[in-house]
Design a protein around this ligand. Structure first.
Ligand code: T3D
Length: 258
């Protein structure tokens, strides 16, 4: 039983809801531990084939809880290494696909948490703020790595230095999110996507994640070689056999994620 999260599993989808709505789901030490463990558990549970991450109330996540510790000069390195970095790394390296349903403001580490998901679907009330510079910090939790790759260096630096909110339509236009939907449709639409992922060839999705992650910093020759390596693995899965059989038999494939 988590103190700061709501957890449920439906249609192969583990729904993780950040649940501190009074503070727009600001991060505490407990939430950091619970979110990390919830992601790990989802990855290890064979019945879970996709993860949907969202927030309770009107915010997605407002980043570090600024009331948790007293203000003043602090050595943040250890906090980042123990709390945030392992969450971001797990989201990027776990084979299970992760979808963020961004229901409201996503600020600071909360913004970068959304960026670390594989896909983002946003409410028309969502906004994204790399808020760090407002309090004299730099974007952490993967922001300096994730954001330029999604929107390009110019826009990323603008978001990081001016620290102004990017609204949902702009986020969709610049590639920060995959889709924007009317607020009331967010959860049904996100569940539709997450269930579709859960019924898909999830082993291949995991290999896609690995390929993209590694090849973002590879030269073409080694990227091609890594694709060949991953395709060898995909080619041996039951899902690949099932996909080809279903094509030949003109039926919908029944993928099992192996
Ligand atoms: O340890 C470290 O600091 C290092 C790690 C850093 C990682 C980070 O994430 S640094 C960035 C931390 N986050 C922020 O600086 C964001 C702070 N929040 C805001 O700027 C605004 O709340 C928002 C722009 C996100 C939303 O504004 P608005 O006007 O929609 O809502 P609000 O009225 O400001 O917030 C509603 C309540 O949530 C309010 O409480 P109250 O007055 O009703 O009792 C507000 O204080 C609380 N709240 C919002 N964000 C946080 C928070 N309380 C604690 N920590 C927060 N991050």
């Amino acid at each position: 039983m988590a103190e700061t999260l709501l957890l449920e599993t439906r249609d192969g989808v583990r729904v993780i809801t950040l649940n501190r709505p009074d503070v727009l789901n600001a991060f505490t030490a407990t939430m950091g531990d619970e979110l990390h463990d919830a992601l790990r558990d989802a990855e290890q549970d064979a019945a879970v084939r996709s993860v949907l991450l969202t927030g309770a109330g009107r915010g997605f996540c407002s980043g570090q809880d600024l009331r948790e510790e007293s203000p003043g000069p602090r050595a943040y390195g250890a906090l980042l290494r123990t709390r945030y970095n392992r969450i971001i790394l797990r989201m990027r390296t776990m084979e299970t696909p992760v979808l963020a349903a961004v229901n409201g403001v996503a600020a600071g580490a909360g913004c970068n948490l959304a960026l670390a998901a594989d896909l983002r679907i946003a409410s028309d009330r969502a906004s994204f703020i790399e808020v760090f510079a407002r309090i004299g910090l730099i974007p952490d939790s993967g922001g300096t790595w994730l954001l330029p790759r999604l929107v390009g260096t110019g826009r990323a630096l603008e978001m990081m230095m001016l620290a102004e909110p990017v609204d949902a339509p702009t986020a969709e236009r610049i590639g920060l999110v995959n889709r924007v939907v009317p607020h009331d449709e967010l959860l049904p639409r996100a569940m539709e996507w997450a269930a579709r992922l859960a019924q898909g060839p999830t082993r291949a999705y995991g290999l896609i994640k690995r390929g993209v992650e590694r090849n973002l910093s590879a030269d073409l020759r080694s990227a091609l070689d890594y694709e060949a390596f991953l395709q060898d693995i995909a080619g041996r899965t039951d899902d690949h056999r099932e996909g080809v059989s279903a094509f030949r038999e003109k039926r919908t494939p029944a993928y099992r994620g192996r």
